[in-house]
Design a protein around this ligand. Structure first.
Ligand code: NAD
Length: 492
């Protein structure tokens, strides 16, 4: 580890905090400190917000032609791609996820930059056929200063998902990444700087959420907050943002159902049930953390599922055989383990896993076994609450109506899937799911072209696709009088 503290990027300069403080960043596979990063304060956040405000109001950035913004975004994409291996290694070292998943994330981030570079140059707006010799049309304009606050499960992608559309649409930005995983975000800002984004347009403040994030979500000069994280934090941010009526997008938690009917392709459904919950260590907002199984295949399915879950190779993300890495931190691991303990105490039956892994040096990191419970009641906390780890809860259903009722029976509404070979039933059930991201006979494939976001307490608004671009724009109607003469409304 280099002794140098990694700096923040404010107004085109790499700076330390006004407090001079820093914090350690940990490798969750072995608990080692891998870097020290500047610990931003409220004052640092205000400096960054002021820089973004000036850049938006005075630098001409908002009037930069879309073609120029696209060139800068494409340049940033090229620069990230040139350092793709380094980015992937940093994310695996900092987040723990298997290297193949980090490599996939890097390409996803590059694709997002290129997608929004392309999109901002495409036709936009509307015209209306209205009376009174008025020519009426609508243009989209940037919102202003965007405050972006993100979480740690996809350290690079999560940030690019906000940076790319925000800058493509002509906003300026202050980004606060998760304090657990700031390293690839710092590299992202190196690429934005090298690509040539003007000073103040994109600013990075690292540090704690309740300080830096809180300031960003309150400050009157921030016009929009784009947040990804837990529902409780989202609620706090929404309250902060209310005082100055900020635009808001919230990507929050989930407890997503994966419904398997007896007529589904058996091996495909088993395979995706595992992928749905154990990919990325279960630290996925859209994870299929509730498996709903039709009674006729229930026992046979569980035997196969448990057998395969027990064979998942858990280990250091750098080992080529590793299929599941460590959880992000000791505190998060303990939270997951306490949910498991709570599930046992509440009467759920533990079918496999449930323990921290301590063999072969894994005791230095935060590894938890792939864990499967079966539950008879929907009232259990492990059925209702997001665990955000490798813990699956299985419930049995007998009818289509019961499956739908169980599927919609939490406060969340992020994602969900149905497996069946009956096409009409698949569509009936998916249309009844109260969720924003859904699949039939698959789980997890998502695309930068398609909107991402949740119903109910899983969030507000959508990221990605054209919806995710529009979320960073204001809509202005312009009415032009084609017959310039007085209105004659008042007589005198
Ligand atoms: P978190 O809410 O604790 O933290 C998210 C971010 O908010 C971090 O940067 C944190 O520093 C900051 N923060 C914390 N307190 C704050 C405050 N009071 N004011 C402002 N900012 C604050 O969430 P987490 O534990 O990092 O992430 C896990 C959660 O994120 C899960 O619930 C998961 O479902 C959710 N998530 C959702 C999506 C989605 O797209 N819907 C994607 C990934 C993760």
């Amino acid at each position: 580890m280099s002794n140098q503290v990694k700096k923040m990027y404010i107004d085109g300069q790499w700076v330390e905090s006004v407090s001079g403080e820093s914090f350690p960043v940990i490798n969750p596979a072995n608990g080692e400190i891998i870097a020290r990063v500047t610990k931003g304060t409220r004052e640092d956040a205000r400096l960054a917000i002021s820089a973004a405000r000036r850049a938006f109001d005075e630098s001409g950035w908002a009037d930069t032609p879309a073609r120029t913004r696209a060139e800068l975004l494409n340049k940033a994409a090229d620069l990230i791609e040139q350092r793709a291996d380094e980015f992937a290694e940093v994310d695996t070292r900092n987040n723990g996820k298997p290297l193949r998943e980090s490599a996939y994330d890097v390409q996803d981030a590059v694709n997002q930059l290129r997608y929004y570079a392309g999109l901002c140059t495409k036709p936009q707006g509307q015209t209306y056929d209205v009376p009174d010799e008025i020519q009426a049309f609508v243009v989209r304009e940037p919102i202003g200063v965007v405050g972006a606050i993100t979480c740690w499960n996809y350290p690079l992608v999560m940030n690019v998902q906000k940076v790319a559309p925000a800058l493509a649409a002509g906003n300026t930005l202050v980004l606060k990444p998760a304090d657990l995983t700031p390293l690839s975000t710092i590299m992202l800002f190196e690429c934005l700087e090298a690509a040539g984004f003007p000073a103040g347009v994109a600013n990075l403040v690292t540090g704690p959420g309740h300080v830096v994030g809180d300031e960003i979500s309150r400050h009157e000069w921030v016009d929009k907050v784009a947040f990804t994280g837990g529902t409780e934090t989202g609620i706090a941010i929404m309250k902060n943002a209310a005082d100055t009526v900020k635009k808001l997008s919230l990507e929050l938690g989930g407890k997503s159902p994966n419904i398997v009917f007896a007529d589904a392709d058996f091996e495909t459904a088993v395979d995706y049930a595992l992928f749905a919950i154990f990919a990325n260590q279960g630290e996925v907002c859209s994870a299929g953390s509730r498996l709903l199984l039709e009674a006729a295949i229930y026992d046979r399915f569980l035997v196969r599922l448990v057998d395969r879950a027990q064979k998942i190779v858990v280990g250091d993300g750098f080992h080529p055989d590793t299929e599941m890495g460590p959880l992000i931190s000791e505190a998060h691991m303990n939270r997951v383990l306490s949910y498991i303990q709570g599930g046992i105490e509440e009467g759920a039956r533990l079918l496999c896993g449930g323990k921290r892994l301590l063999r072969d040096g894994l005791d230095k990191g935060y590894f938890v076994e792939p864990t499967i419970f079966e539950a008879d009641s929907s009232d259990l906390r492990i059925v209702q609450e997001e665990i955000f780890g490798p813990v699956l809860v299985v419930q049995k259903f007998h009818t289509e109506a019961e499956a739908i009722r169980l599927a919609n029976g939490t406060k969340y509404g992020l994602a969900g899937a149905v497996f069946t070979n009956d096409g009409a039933k698949a569509q009936r059930v998916i249309r009844k799911l109260r969720a924003g991201i859904t699949w039939i006979n698959t789980y997890h494939p998502t695309f930068n072209e398609a909107p991402w976001g949740g119903y109910k307490q899983s969030g507000i608004g959508r990221e990605l696709g054209t919806y995710g671009y529009e979320a960073y724009t204001e809509v202005k109607q312009i009415n032009i009088n084609l017959q310039v003469k007085p209105s004659g409304w008042f007589r005198h």
